[in-house]
Design a protein around this ligand. Structure first.
Ligand code: SF4
Length: 284
């Protein structure tokens, strides 16, 4: 099963004034959109392009439409429904993954998703980013941790798969604060967690703040980040899958950190460190 990233032309309530303006200070949506995901193409066209890309390597592959860019539950109910159903009408698509904000899941939409979930795979990923409201305020998320707890509980109550996304190393956060966030997340009825290191991306407000040294922004070395990931693996219960540890923004957009590692190279380093820790424990 392969995810195909779709840009369905949604906007974001933190950009269009519904919740805020200017967006989260680290956000440049270009950094998480592959070339085939462009809102000028229809959902079906983007799925076809994605399948053409992936099926060369794996001809038997089936697909999940991944609505990733911006806030994919923000808009009129009819528009949202027609977009999801266009994706699910494709004969090779077995389900949808919806990336959104925790303050953007009305009950009406959740009821509809619960209906869809009877026949298709449906996963909702909420961008929580941190459990610390002071951090969320600093990066202009325009929602709080209580919104995340509420959205996750309501989504799980209607038996929809639910996951959370966190950014590690947001300004002002220590390792202890990050681990506290993961401990809080582990108490919620989630099935997946996605993590990545804070990246300073060109064109964002944070990039400007970083260049002007407005406040300290910690940039992990690879070794520090691996140690933090090992601690997180120790905390997160086995019923929750950690789907991702790092993100890799396009080279021409990334200011820092420039580790120069592909995701699979990072995974190999993390695995090696986990094996070392395991061996040390066995020798004790
Ligand atoms: S990170 Fe998400 S919520 Fe924040 S501005 Fe970007 S699209 Fe909007």
């Amino acid at each position: 099963m392969q995810k195909i990233t779709i840009n369905a032309g949604f906007t974001c309530p933190n950009r269009d004034g519904t919740k805020g303006r200017g967006g989260c200070s680290y956000c440049n949506n270009q950094s998480f959109n592959p070339a085939f995901a462009s809102s000028s193409k229809s959902v079906t066209q983007q799925i076809e392009d994605g399948i053409r890309f992936f099926s060369r390597k794996y001809p038997q592959m089936r697909y999940l439409a991944y609505f990733q860019a911006y806030t994919n539950t923000h808009g009129s109910f009819e528009k949202i429904r027609s977009i999801y159903e266009e994706a699910l009408a494709h004969p090779l698509v077995d389900g949808i993954i919806i990336g959104t904000r925790p303050d953007c899941m009305p009950d009406e939409l959740l009821d509809y998703l619960s209906e869809l979930n009877r026949q298709h795979f449906v996963l909702v990923e909420y961008g929580a980013e941190s459990s610390h409201d002071s951090t969320l305020d600093l990066v202009n998320r325009c929602h709080h941790w209580s919104d995340t707890v509420d959205a996750v509980n309501r989504t799980a109550q209607v038996n929809i798969h639910v996951g959370l996304h966190f950014i590690l190393g947001l300004p002002g956060e220590t390792d202890e604060m990050i681990l506290q966030t993961l401990k809080r997340a582990a108490l919620l009825p989630i099935e997946i967690i996605k993590l990545h290191q804070l990246q300073i991306i060109k064109g964002t407000r944070m990039a400007k703040d970083y260049e002007e040294h407005l406040y300290p922004i910690r940039q992990f070395t690879v070794e520090e980040y691996i140690e933090l990931c090992c601690k997180i693996i120790d905390i997160v219960p086995k019923r929750i899958s950690i789907e991702r540890f790092v993100s890799q923004s396009p080279d021409d957009l990334l200011i820092s950190p420039r580790w120069g590692l592909k995701n699979y190279q990072f995974s190999a380093l993390l695995n090696r460190r986990l094996c070392e820790i395991h061996q040390d424990l066995r020798q004790k």
